[in-house]
Design a protein around this ligand. Structure first.
Ligand code: SF4
Ligand code: SF4
Length: 338
């Protein structure tokens, strides 16, 4: 399969014709309607809220599975039928799913021929993973609501500036419980988000704990920590920066990029982790985002390169399914950089 940075969701038909999309492309092209499909969310993936509640995904299809800090959580073994009109979370769009329960998920076609658009997919799932529901299992974890930014479009249910951090011991106990009950000791892909997960003083220690069992980690961060922090983080986790222009400090961000890329060039563990940037573009913000994208794509050669720099439109604070009010021209411009 061809590797196109930032495009990690495959739509593949039964002849092996496949197309690759970023989550933002899937959203804006409205390819994210899988209502009635069989989806492996809950079996191959779970989403943990800031309060520790476990769902199959942010979609909450299938209902509450339990709380990660309780001892008696059970996980489903059967795929579920999607009941949602739209699948809105980028990481959940990549979850393996098929249009009908008649399809044998152990005999899915391999992606062979890259095409522009696969009209009748036999399956949708993540690029470069095995075509089964069991590997890699993914845990997406909103580690807490605490955030040092106050983006005007961020709902209070997602972020605040006062919530207490969870301790290393409580997080480790929860991780151990998930390893035994959800992943059955297999390697897991962990996606940490928030709030701002890097504010938790125990965060790097939890990553180190996972690293000793060779787990895969990805941290979604607003980029507000310093170069020393990110230089250490890249040893244990891939890093996805979300740039929020209302709070953005360009000088600090460039210093962070320099520190990360230099570490990647000399450190074996850091070199295998990727670093990408998602520019969160508010209405009227396209030109500013374009200028920054150009700068980020043309970093000094000695630093090395970012794996991708994408743009993303924003959604209404009160309605996470509804795009903010962009002019058609600006939305088209953003769509060219998804
Ligand atoms: S909304 Fe997405 S993740 Fe949830 S069940 Fe439907 S397809 Fe699966
Ligand atoms: S950085 Fe993210 S979590 Fe924090 S306020 Fe902004 S959008 Fe919300």
């Amino acid at each position: 399969m061809i590797n196109i940075p930032g495009k990690d969701t495959v739509f593949c038909d039964k002849e092996g014709n496949y197309s690759l999309y970023s989550s933002e492309e899937i959203l804006t092209k409205r390819l994210n309607n899988w209502k009635g499909w069989k989806c492996s969310a809950g079996v191959s993936t779970i989403h943990i809220t800031s309060d520790g509640n476990i769902f199959s995904g942010t979609c909450k299809v299938g209902g509450l599975l339990g709380n990660v800090f309780d001892a008696d959580v059970e996980f489903p073994e059967e795929w579920q039928t999607c009941t949602k009109e739209w699948c809105m979370c980028g990481s959940e769009m990549k979850i393996l799913k098929v249009p009908s329960s008649d399809i044998d998920v152990n005999k899915l076609s391999k992606p062979l021929n890259l095409t522009e658009h696969t009209a009748t997919p036999q399956w949708v799932g993540m690029a470069f993973s095995k075509l089964t529901s069991v590997f890699p299992k993914t845990v997406t974890w909103d580690l807490g609501r605490r955030c040092n930014y106050s983006c005007s479009y961020c709902p209070p249910s997602t972020a605040n500036n006062y919530e207490a951090h969870k301790s290393f011991e409580s997080l480790k106990t929860a991780v151990n419980s998930l390893l035994y009950k959800f992943s059955t000791i297999q390697r897991v892909k962990w996606i940490f988000t928030g709030g701002e997960p890097t504010l938790n003083p125990a965060f790097i220690d939890i990553l180190k704990y996972l690293h000793q069992f060779r787990h895969i980690a990805h941290t979604q961060t607003n980029g507000s920590r310093d170069p020393n922090y990110y230089s250490e983080l890249i040893e244990y986790s891939s890093i996805g920066f979300s740039i929020h222009f209302e709070e953005f400090n360009e000088k600090r961000f460039m210093n962070n990029c320099e520190a990360i890329l230099k570490k990647k060039s000399i450190h074996p563990m850091a070199s295998v982790n990727w670093v990408g940037v998602r520019l969160m573009v508010a209405p009227g913000g396209f030109q500013e985002a374009l200028v920054l994208k150009e700068k980020l794509l043309n970093l000094p050669p000695l630093w090395g390169k970012l794996d991708f720099v994408n743009m993303s439109p924003l959604y209404e604070k009160e309605d996470g399914d509804k795009l903010m009010s962009y002019s058609t021209e600006e939305l088209n411009q953003i769509n060219e950089h998804l």
